[in-house]
Design a protein around this ligand. Structure first.
Ligand SMILES: [Zn+2]
Length: 391
């Protein structure tokens, strides 16, 4: 090997080593910096000192039904169950779909890549399609329609498996969902394991306000009532079975996923609870966990969100938290960031204290992940209240 080639190799190796050390240091420091150190603040303005303790205990109300740890998953690692009159739901414990069976075929709602561990190599993978056909009720009946609840890949990333198996399947989505899918670049393919052999196909039929779909005796009413989670997320209602599905908004028995479940418009997110309750449903499917919801769960979820809202307002008005602006007089945006972090901690501490929160509910022992997620909800809620003109 010539010396300049050796130098190149050496340089390459050194570069790799430097990057590795930098990455290690970055990861290590991140591991320590769970929450930014604000110890320079006076104690009364440093409400994050308590750090909203996380217990990792799952309250009884949130327990998975059935509980996978008890081996009750009926088909291996997923659970599949008929809720009523040919309407089934499937969960792997984290994600949920539903499908409706008629003598003319099947309507499927959503295609999360996690259900069935869909991998590019079909020989090494059980696909979502195989999961759906693992029960006698679906045998010999083709999937004729596929509905997208919204654009997020963790909920529809395995749609291509369905289209590969049933090329004539008709996909239905909101107009805004299709618009977002059209913009996809594929550049980040592979970040979500099992996200299909190709991106979710575009819908064949789109709508703006509402649409009814029918297959044999099965009917679904799809409607759009504003961006409860993101533009284009729809309410999916089965009137005969009185089952309502709305994904990534209400999490029965649980605190929503981080940051109000990534709600893009917080006021719309809050009003979605009442819009859900406006439907005549007996069973609610929220798209996550393996717990279904009833009306009481939606009412309780709303109560938790209203507590977050009230406590965010109280924290925003806490005069102790304004001290940061005199500590960092020449760094307005930095001070604002510290202020918002402290506001979120103050709000979360109030929310998790049954003696302070307006509902007087002990959320930590009532819903799962209240301890983990309240800080994030409070941050998003408080900042939206400060700057969102729709509040
Ligand atoms: Zn989503």
């Amino acid at each position: 090997m010539k010396s300049n080639e050796m130098n190149k190799v050496l340089f390459h190796n050194l570069t790799c080593l430097t990057i590795s050390i930098a990455a290690f240091l970055l990861l290590t420091s991140n591991a320590y910096a769970y929450r930014t150190d604000h110890s320079f603040l006076p104690p009364e303005a440093n409400v994050c000192a308590a750090h909203v303790p996380v217990t990792l205990t799952i309250p009884p109300n949130s327990q998975a039904i059935p509980d996978p740890s008890k081996g009750e998953f009926s088909h291996g690692f997923y659970h599949i169950e008929e809720l009523k009159d040919g309407l089934f739901y499937v969960t792997d414990g984290v994600y949920q779909i539903m499908f409706l069976v008629s003598n003319k075929g099947i309507i499927v709602v959503d295609a999360p890549p996690s259900i069935g561990l869909n991998q590019a190599d079909p020989a090494a993978s059980l696909t979502l399609v195989e999961v759906i056909y693992s029960i006698p009720e679906t045998q010999g009946k083709p999937i004729k329609k596929l509905v997208y609840s919204h654009t997020h890949m963790d909920h529809i990333g395995a749609a291509s498996f369905i289209q590969d198996a049933f090329p004539d399947v008709k996909i239905i989505a909101h107009r805004l969902t299709n618009k977002q899918l059209e913009k996809g670049t594929n550049e980040l393919e592979g970040l979500l394991p099992g996200a299909g052999s190709s991106p979710p196909p575009l819908a064949h039929r789109v709508f703006s306000k509402a649409i009814k779909i029918k297959l044999g005796k099965q009917k679904l009413q799809l409607s759009y009532n504003g961006p409860a989670h993101e533009p284009g997320n729809i309410y999916i209602y089965a009137p005969r079975q009185k089952v309502l599905m709305l994904v990534d908004v209400v999490f029965p028995g649980w605190s929503p996923f981080s940051n109000l479940a990534l709600a893009e418009e917080v006021p719309e997110y809050i009003t979605a609870y009442d819009k859900v309750l406006g439907f005549d449903f007996d069973i609610f499917i929220g798209g996550h966990f393996n717990r279904l919801g009833k009306r009481e769960d939606v009412i309780e979820g709303k109560k938790y969100i209203m507590d977050i809202k009230a406590n965010a307002l109280a924290a925003l008005q806490n005069p102790a938290l304004f001290q940061i602006f005199s500590i960092l007089p020449n760094n307005g945006l930095g001070a604002t960031a510290v202020y918002l972090d402290q506001m979120a901690c103050d709000c979360a501490n109030r929310t998790l204290d049954p003696n302070q929160t307006p509902s007087a509910v002990d959320w930590r022992s009532r819903i799962g992940n209240a301890d983990i997620n309240s800080v994030g909800h409070c941050w998003v809620m408080g900042e939206a209240m400060r700057i969102d003109p729709m509040f």
